[in-house]
Design a protein around this ligand. Structure first.
Ligand code: FAD
Length: 476
């Protein structure tokens, strides 16, 4: 960091928003630098989010299947044991393989990678305070990068509760919950959203007694209600203790762990656990960026305010991903990043937020895109519903994975697909068909008349669309 450099774009943050934007901008001919402080690229997603959580979900599912399900397929195993440190090592290998892959992509696309903490000095300059591998400050002196554009892609961090401060051992955020060194006997999960249910599932499969505490009347209230009800039923059947309408009022540390004070009909007034995962949401991260001085506006939730081109009030400063409004999802951040880079390069970058898919990677998975029934009701839209249960799908039966269904909601007059909701073993893969159909403005009959291979889980989508049709296509 001894010399200053001149760039067309300096990206602050190397997560899925930032690194994808950096590469796209470089491909479009811009001279790009990316500043990342954590010591490795990939942001929350690759280091402490999507990737390690999916590695543990996969591994814990295999362990659970070997213990409980193999025998029903005539596969006899005995002495199945958990080797948690090897499981964690495999997770680490997946993470480092991917984060190093991004470094290679940066080299290939000639993106300058600065390991350091970025601070906006002016509308056209970023100061970089170098950091070392683990993200802590190094002794090297700061460098200032002069640039035509700055992209804020600093992402988000977990929200803490005032009486449950993270120590990442007894009171953990998702980051700590991805690296526990032993299986807790009792794990309390505060917050029944996507992260709480995914990580609660991991530790329940590995043997923890898991209680999910949710203040609202429903877990994952963003789900289509019918899908949400089925999903919670399945999670309970798998052994997750789920208490809704339950508030955590305080917490006392004990010798064994922690005692939560509760306001709850189901759980009484306290719950003891050796580990508490607090998964009550995430907040945009803008600390130390110098946004006020730069004149960049934040909204009430602390998100950077941008226009539809991802530009802030300061014309040379842009923002994308978790740090702006919209769903906090890696693929949304990537789409933002590509569109912002294209706009900077004088092209017409655009993101269709109506077709952003969502997935909960439990088993079975839950995936959805577009509108739920309750949203359509609230909007006064006349709609029809089509459904098909996996218990009637031949591939789901061959795999003995009959839980779940495909549900579609379609415009009652035009038959246009408005939403697709799936619970099923591979719902996260299957939802891509719904996303494509929505993006292309398909009618449910278009899908119903499209040939799907047999026997596949995707036939359930065709069947749900046949079931929604007012034209007698459906067999059930
Ligand atoms: P981030 O990924 O948060 O990256 C921002 C980066 O900026 C960070 O690396 C940070 O170190 C860096 N940074 C911040 N400030 C500075 C600074 N001043 N200087 C330099 N660098 C800085 N999403 C999905 O789509 N699918 C999933 O399955 C999924 N699973 C998840 C599981 C968990 C446990 C968690 C926590 C999240 C999950 N997410 C998932 C959400 C996903 O990780 C985020 O939506 C995504 O990472 C946001 O990307 P981003 O680029 O906006 O920000």
């Amino acid at each position: 960091f001894s010399t200053s450099a001149s760039h067309d774009l300096v990206v602050i943050g190397g997560g899925p928003g930032g690194y994808v934007a950096a590469i796209r901008a470089a491909q479009l001919g811009l001279k790009v630098a990316c500043v990342e402080k954590r010591g490795s690229l990939g942001g929350t997603c690759l280091n402490v989010g999507c990737i390690p959580s999916k590695a543990l979900l996969h591994a814990s599912h295999l362990y659970h299947e070997a213990q409980h399900d193999f025998s029903k397929y005539g596969v006899k195993v005995s002495g199945v044991e958990l080797d948690l440190s090897t499981m964690m090592k495999q997770k680490g290998t997946a993470v480092t393989g991917l984060t190093r892959g991004i470094e290679m992509l940066f080299k290939k696309n000639k993106v300058d990678y600065y390991k350091g903490s970025g601070r906006i000095e002016s509308a056209t300059s970023v100061a970089v305070a170098p950091t070392v591998e683990n993200g802590s400050a190094s002794n090297a002196s700061e460098v200032v990068l002069n640039t035509k554009n700055i992209l804020i892609a600093t992402g988000s961090i977990p929200t803490e509760l005032p009486f449950l401060k993270f120590d990442e051992k007894t009171v953990v955020s998702s980051t700590g919950a991805l690296s526990l060194d032993k299986v807790p006997k009792k794990l309390a999960v505060v917050g029944g959203g996507v992260i709480g249910l995914e990580l609660g599932s991991v530790w329940a499969r590995l043997g923890a007694e898991v209680t999910v505490i949710e203040a609202a009347a429903r877990c994952a209230p963003f789900l289509d209600e019918e899908i949400g009800d089925q999903f919670v039923k399945i999670m309970k059947k798998q052994g997750l203790n789920i208490a809704t309408n339950t508030k955590v009022l305080g917490a006392d540390r004990t010798a064994a762990g922690i005692k939560l004070k509760l306001d709850s009909k189901d759980l009484g007034d306290s719950l003891e656990a050796d580990v508490v995962l607090v998964s009550v949401g995430r907040k945009p991260f803008t600390g130390g960026l110098g946004l006020e001085k730069a004149g960049v506006e934040l909204d009430r939730q602390g998100r950077v305010v941008v226009d539809s081109h991802f530009r802030t009030k300061v014309p040379s400063i842009w923002a994308i991903g978790d740090v702006i409004a919209g769903p906090m999802l890696a693929h949304k951040a990537e789409e933002d990043g590509i569109a912002a880079a294209e706009n900077m390069a004088g092209k017409a970058g655009h993101v269709n937020y109506d077709t952003v898919p969502n997935v909960i990677y439990t088993f079975p998975e839950v995936a959805w895109v577009g509108k739920s029934e309750q949203q359509l009701k609230a909007e006064g839209v006349k709609y029809r519903v089509g459904k098909f249960p996996f218990v009637a799908n031949s591939r789901a039966r061959t795999n003995d994975q009959p839980d779940g269904l495909v549900k579609v909601v379609v415009d009652a007059e035009t038959d246009k697909l408005l939403g697709m909701h799936i619970i099923g073993s591979l719902a996260g893969e299957q939802i891509a068909e719904g996303v494509l159909a929505l993006e292309y403005g398909a009618a449910s009959e278009d899908i119903a008349r499209t040939c799907h291979a047999h026997p596949t889980l995707s036939e359930a989508i065709k069947e749900a669309c046949m079931n929604s049709a007012a034209n007698g296509l459906s067999a059930i």
